[in-house]
Design a protein around this ligand. Structure first.
Ligand code: 5GP
Length: 120
């Protein structure tokens, strides 16, 4: 399945954002990934970063997804800078599955900061 079909068949809320069916406050976009502000921020600054290809969570990632995931990770500093997270630093979190409380079954990384966060 190519990326266009993958996005068309994505039943999650992030699929709707990728298709432009619901708005998102975008921070960064390229051919492989999209970043936008979380609708219910859990810190002063809270953005999400997703691969455009739907990967449910890291347990579902395939060897061929390595390029996408490496690209996503490599872009985090640039996205953090665009979101205003460079000076104080940030937390990077990905909830994977039920025990972690993952709500949206499309892999996403939370970038949190803009204030001092509670220590994990
Ligand atoms: P999870 O709990 O799955 O790790 O995180 C899902 C995140 O997606 C939550 O922080 C939630 O606020 C965010 N979210 C859910 N629906 C929407 C939406 O329609 N737009 C945006 N921008 N964020 C959303």
């Amino acid at each position: 399945m190519d990326l266009k079909q993958n996005i068309e068949n994505n039943p999650t809320i992030f699929g709707k954002i990728l298709r432009g069916e619901i708005p998102a406050d975008k921070v960064y976009e390229d051919e492989l990934i999209l970043s936008f502000r979380d609708i219910q921020p859990k810190a002063k600054i809270h953005v999400l970063v997703i691969p455009k290809k739907r990967i449910v969570d890291l347990r579902e990632a395939k060897p061929e997804d390595a390029e996408i995931l490496g690209h996503l990770m490599a872009k985090i500093p640039e996205i953090a800078a665009k979101a205003g997270l460079t000076a104080g630093g940030f937390r990077l979190v990905a909830n994977n599955g039920d025990h972690a409380g993952q709500e949206v079954p499309h892999l996403h990384y939370h970038l949190l900061g803009g204030e001092e966060l509670q220590k994990l």
